[in-house]
Ligand binder design. Structure first.
Ligand SMILES: [Zn+2]
Length: 281
C-alpha cells in the first residue's frame, strides 16, 4: 500500500492462541466470546502481524512475530500455526533478510520479537537480519533481563542475545524519530517501556498500535489485557491516542487481530469502531 513517501505492507507471521480471559482482562466472557469464540482450552485466535515500511532510504520492519526458535511444547501450548510466515511474506515481496536496514521492537515479549533470530548451519542462533540495526527501549531491555515472576514466561532471552552480541541492538530512551517520518512513542501500560510506531507523511498518519490495542476488539477503554503491568496507563494512553486517531483519520495497524489487521476509526451511535481495509499478506 502506498502511503505518501512510504510503502506499507502488513505481513503475517502466522497465528497463535492465548487465554481469552487474559486477553480481555476484567471484561466478562459473555461480552467477548461471540466476537472471538474460544477453543475448548478457552484460547482465542491471535494474529501475528508485522509491519514493513519501505522508506526512501530504508527498509524497516516493525516487530518480528513469533519466529521459529520455539520447541514443540511451546507450539502446542500456544497453538502456533505458521501456515503464513514473516520469512515467506518478505520473500513474496522480493525482500531478502539482508535488505532490512532497521528493525523496531515495540517490546521484547516472545510474540513480538520471536523472528529477531534464526538457527545457523551449526544449530546455533544468529540475527535473522544481518544488516539491520534493531531498536528497543533501554528500559524494556533492562526489565527483560530480570523480569518479575508475573512476566517471566513472556521473555525468552534467545530472542535477543545474539542481536546484542553482534552489536546490532541499539538502545533508545523515550520518544525518538528513527528515520524522517517514522517515530516511536513510549506508551507504557502493557510494559513500563512499551512503544508504538507512527508514520507521518503529507499530513497523514499511520500507527502500529502493538499491545496498546492488540486487536480491533480492544478499542473500548476498559478492554485491557490482564497481561498489562500498568492497566490504568493503558486506559489513559489508549483513550488519548484513539481519540486523535479518530479525529485525524489515522491508518491503524492491529498486531494481534487475526482478520481486521488495518483500518480507520469511525464513530457510530457514540461507539468507536474500525472500518476494515482488509489489507495484508
Ligand atoms: Zn506483549
Amino acid at each position: 500500500m502506498q502511503f505518501g513517501n512510504f510503502e506499507l505492507f502488513v505481513i503475517s507471521d502466522g497465528t497463535f492462541r492465548l487465554d481469552g480471559g487474559a486477553m480481555f482482562g476484567v471484561v466478562p466472557r459473555v461480552l467477548w466470546e461471540k466476537l472471538n469464540p474460544p477453543d475448548p482450552s478457552n484460547r482465542i485466535l491471535m494474529g501475528l502481524n508485522c509491519l514493513l515500511i519501505r522508506a526512501p532510504r530504508d527498509v524497516i520492519l516493525v516487530d518480528t512475530g513469533i519466529g521459529n526458535l520455539y520447541n514443540e511444547k511451546f507450539a502446542s501450548m500456544f497453538g502456533v500455526d505458521k501456515s503464513t510466515s514473516l520469512q515467506q511474506g518478505l520473500a513474496n515481496l522480493g525482500i531478502r533478510p539482508a535488505d532490512i536496514t532497521k528493525v523496531i521492537l515495540t517490546h521484547l515479549h516472545f510474540d513480538h520479537c520471536g523472528g529477531n533470530c534464526m538457527r545457523d548451519a551449526n544449530g546455533g542462533i544468529k540475527p535473522t537480519f544481518p544488516n539491520a540495526t534493531y531498536y528497543v527501549q533501554q528500559g524494556e531491555f533492562e526489565y527483560a533481563q530480570d523480569p518479575d515472576s508475573r512476566s517471566k514466561a513472556s521473555y525468552l532471552a534467545y530472542n535477543w542475545e545474539a542481536v546484542v552480541a553482534s552489536g546490532q541492538m541499539q538502545f533508545i530512551t523515550g520518544d525518538r524519530e528513527i528515520v524522517p517520518g517514522v517515530e516511536v512513542e513510549v506508551t507504557g501500560g502493557h510494559t513500563r517501556d512499551h512503544q508504538i510506531v507512527k508514520i507521518h507523511t503529507n499530513g497523514r498518519t499511520a500507527c502500529f498500535l502493538a499491545d496498546l490495542a492488540p486487536t480491533n476488539l480492544h478499542l473500548k477503554t476498559t478492554y485491557v489485557m490482564a497481561y498489562d503491568l500498568y492497566p490504568k496507563t493503558t486506559m489513559e494512553v489508549k483513550e488519548r491516542v484513539l481519540k486523535q486517531a479518530l479525529q485525524e483519520q489515522w491508518l491503524l495497524i492491529f498486531e494481534h487481530a487475526p482478520r481486521v489487521r488495518v483500518g480507520h476509526l469511525k464513530e457510530l451511535e457514540g461507539r468507536i469502531q474500525v472500518e476494515s481495509m482488509g489489507v495484508g499478506g
